[in-house]
Design a protein around this ligand. Structure first.
Ligand SMILES: NC(=O)c1ccc[n+]([C@@H]2O[C@H](COP(=O)([O-])OP(=O)(O)OC[C@H]3O[C@@H](n4cnc5c(N)ncnc54)[C@H](OP(=O)(O)O)[C@@H]3O)[C@@H](O)[C@H]2O)c1
Ligand SMILES: [Fe+2]
Length: 377
């Protein structure tokens, strides 16, 4: 099965679609990160909402890599304004925060612990029907949250997902002017997340020909254009921006795998996309013991002009190197990492995404992978 809830509006200047989308609404709440205010996009968005005849209120300064505490902090403000339309203007972090706020605003009776996927061996409670529509306007080219059914939140040091079609945005506005203001590092980290989304979505147990099409197009685009996008090339930024949403559509359907399970449980170390980029080659080497995974990696390799699964691992490593992705040991010291590796491995083993990975890993194998990534073996 292939599905997509979100209507996608794209193109330079497409932010103006907000004036159409906000028509008929009375109270529109925009949730935004600081950079969107700094670069004038928040003000522009507010004007479009006013053009539609609606009242607008903005909450600015939503943080990166959100936690459950962030939701608790902002929820009273959302309730106070009582919006009938939510607009998320920012990166994956802002969109995920807004999705979670939508859950607890529309369904005040639910608790994070009951609805989040904490452990794949116990099923969470279903999220009830939610009523407030959500428009996502991504300012990074990475998470794919503008079309996905997931919100990823930190609780303590690790990340857990809320997954329900109820939080998949109703509309995604892809205006390439927004990601053009990303600093190179944000462009790199979020862009590498797109590559990981594409490769993992293409190799899960539930991939289908339609998710494959989206995954392959996203992978090829990132491979060809990410280095230029990181340098700031405007056309490349637009291409990677659309690829991010395509990869989002791929994993909305085909889900993700062990690499994301590992990065979510190592979230205390650094930005999401960067951790994924570091873990990916190790996870691929591990998955290559499986015929299906090897065949699928080889298919991707051929799409990129190479021939084998092994080539693809090399391609990923070279891209990381070319883009200056640091070693894990440059992000965290050995003693801290080693002292926590057991716990991370156990939690990653219990992450719901492991179910979709082509190989079922044992906790001690995940521990080995974390250590290999740390020592760069
Ligand atoms: N829901 C899903 O399906 C899904 C999938 C994958 C990842 N994720 C999650 O998404 C999050 C990562 O999102 P992300 O990679 O998009 O990055 P992000 O965390 O949303 O953004 C990183 C930083 O980039 C800055 N920034 C964003 N857009 C900018 C722009 N256009 N110009 C200048 N600066 C800009 C922001 O700074 P300011 O704060 O100054 O604005 C922000 O602090 C993680 O928490 C990850 O777990 C979710
Ligand atoms: Fe991701």
């Amino acid at each position: 099965m292939f599905w997509l809830k979100t209507k996608i509006v794209e193109g330079d200047g497409s932010l103006s679609y907000l004036s159409k989308a906000a028509k008929g609404h009375e109270r529109v709440l925009i949730l935004s990160s600081s950079s969107m205010k700094r670069h004038g996009f928040l003000e522009e968005a507010e004007d479009y909402v006013r053009d539609a005849g609606a009242e607008v209120f903005s909450i600015v300064g939503l943080p990166a890599e959100p936690s459950v505490e962030v939701i608790e902090e902002f929820l009273p403000k959302v309730r106070e304004f009582n919006p009938d339309l939510l607009v998320a203007l920012g990166g994956g972090s802002v969109i995920d925060t807004t999705k979670a706020l939508k859950v607890f605003y529309d369904a005040p009776e639910v608790e994070f612990e009951e609805i989040a996927f904490i452990d794949r061996f116990s099923k969470p409670k279903p999220v009830p029907k939610l009523k407030t529509p959500l428009i996502a306007i991504p300012s990074t080219s990475g998470a794919g949250s503008e079309v996905s059914a997931a919100s990823v939140l930190k609780k303590g040091d690790v990340k857990y997902n809320i997954v329900t079609p109820e939080i998949a945005p109703d509309i995604a506005i892809l205006d390439p002017r927004l990601p053009r203001t990303m600093p190179a590092e944000v462009a790199r980290n979020s862009g590498l997340d797109v590559l990981v989304h594409g490769i993992e979505a293409y190799t899960t147990k539930v991939a289908n020909p339609f998710s494959d099409a989206m995954a392959i197009k996203a992978i090829k685009t990132v491979y060809k254009w990410l280095p230029l996008s990181v340098k700031g090339d405007e056309d490349a930024r637009a291409k990677v921006h659309y690829a991010a949403t395509m990869a989002g559509i791929a994993f909305l359907n085909a889900r993700l795998g062990l690499c994301h399970a590992m990065s979510h449980k190592a979230a205390w170390i650094g930005p999401h996309g960067l951790l994924n980029a570091i873990f990916l080659p190790y996870v691929m080497e591990f998955n290559m013991r499986n015929d299906y995974a090897r065949k699928r990696y080889a298919e991707i390799a051929r799409e990129l002009g190479f021939s084998s699964a092994k080539d693809l691992v090399e391609v990923v490593k070279e891209l990381n190197e070319m883009l200056g992705v640091p070693k894990l040991s440059e992000l965290v010291d050995e003693e801290t990492f080693v002292s926590r590796v057991e716990e991370m491995a156990e939690k990653a083993y219990r992450d719901g995404l492991v179910y979709f990975n082509p190989v079922e890993p044992k906790p001690e194998e995940i521990r080995e992978l974390y250590l290999k990534a740390f020592y760069g073996e």
